[in-house]
Ligand binder design. Structure first.
Ligand code: ZN
Length: 316
């Protein structure tokens, strides 16, 4: 891929595609990289198709989070951890052929399924953190950039730990990484406590009938576009899958904003399409999938005229 100077000027020299497949963000549209036997596993060829798409969009870095479920001894010693390393090395090789660098980002000291924050000021846990960094660095020989997040997704404030502790300790880890991967670049990230910086939100509030009208228009447009899909376009999943998924959401949002919606049934429809993998995995430490479902439906429920009670269902 050539780096068109116009693209660099408009979008910057480093254009990163970030795929967050962490345990709290699993869904039908994200690869399941850490739970073998559950839904949404991607094959090597799925990954190569995804990288082809990313390259086609003009990105030049593919970034992923080395999630806490992987950043622990249990993962290093298990099949799912070894399979993850193998898969990411395949991705690195294909990305390099496409002119794309690969970056992993990782919290300094957040370990395991429970996202436990190890204290960098306790010698035994600091030794464990250094061991985990060394092992994952050595497993990731194709990596071009290592991003260290001193305080995301959380940090310790015991035993004299401050933000400065986390910066000092991140610098120490950076030196260890450079020792094993001399050509890799180090990024120090600023997202999350103790630095702050989580997202901002913009409220857009058309009336519910206006919104409903637009969603019906979108649904009808997506339906009419079926014969026009370019099946050769380099998209992953395939272009027709994208159209059908967009159509699902247009219909869902039209129904949520329509007259007298059955909100419980619509919440279940959304959950089954997007998040049903959690019915196989149980509760995750981070409740965002369930909150996201409730928030989506409640955003429409609060603007709805109060429906008649449905027999057999609890109502306020
Ligand atoms: Zn501490």
């Amino acid at each position: 891929m050539t780096d068109d100077p116009t693209t660099s000027h408009q979008f910057g020299e480093r254009r990163t595609y970030y795929n967050n497949f962490a345990g709290h963000l699993l869904n039908a549209y994200s690869p399941n990289m850490t739970y073998p036997g559950s839904a949404h596993r991607w094959s090597d060829s799925d990954w190569c198709a995804c990288i082809d798409m990313v390259a086609g969009f003009g990105y030049n870095v593919f970034e992923f989070w080395l999630v806490p479920r992987l950043f622990c001894r249990q993962a290093l010693e298990s099949d799912f951890g070894r399979e993850f390393s193998r898969r990411m090395n395949v991705v690195c090789d294909h990305a390099h052929r496409c002119g794309i660098q690969v970056e992993f980002i990782c919290g300094l000291a957040t370990v395991g399924d429970a996202w436990h924050t190890y204290c960098p000021n306790v010698p035994s846990t600091w030794d464990e953190i250094r061991f985990l960094w060394d092992q994952w660095t050595r497993n990731s020989t194709g990596i071009d950039i290592v991003g260290i997040s001193p305080g995301d997704p959380g940090a310790c404030s015991r035993n004299g730990c401050t933000a400065l502790t986390y910066i000092d300790k991140s610098c120490e880890i950076a030196e260890r990484v450079k020792h094993d991967l001399p050509s890799c670049e180090i990024e120090l990230h600023t997202w999350g406590p103790p630095f702050l910086g989580w997202g901002n939100y913009l409220d857009i509030n058309p009336t519910t009938p206006e919104y409903h009208t637009r969603m019906v228009e979108l649904r009808d447009l997506l339906t009419a576009l079926a014969p026009a899909v370019n099946h050769e376009a380099s998209l992953h999943p395939a272009p027709e899958t994208y159209r059908r998924e967009l159509l699902f959401f247009a219909q869902l949002l039209a129904d949520l904003s329509g007259p007298a919606p059955d909100f419980d049934a619509l919440a279940e429809r959304y959950w089954q399409r997007v998040y049903s993998i959690y019915d196989q995995l149980g509760e995750h430490v981070d409740p965002r999938p369930r909150h996201a479902t409730r928030s989506l439906v409640d955003a429409f429920r609060k603007h709805s005229t109060k429906p008649e009670p449905v027999p057999g269902k609890w109502s306020e």
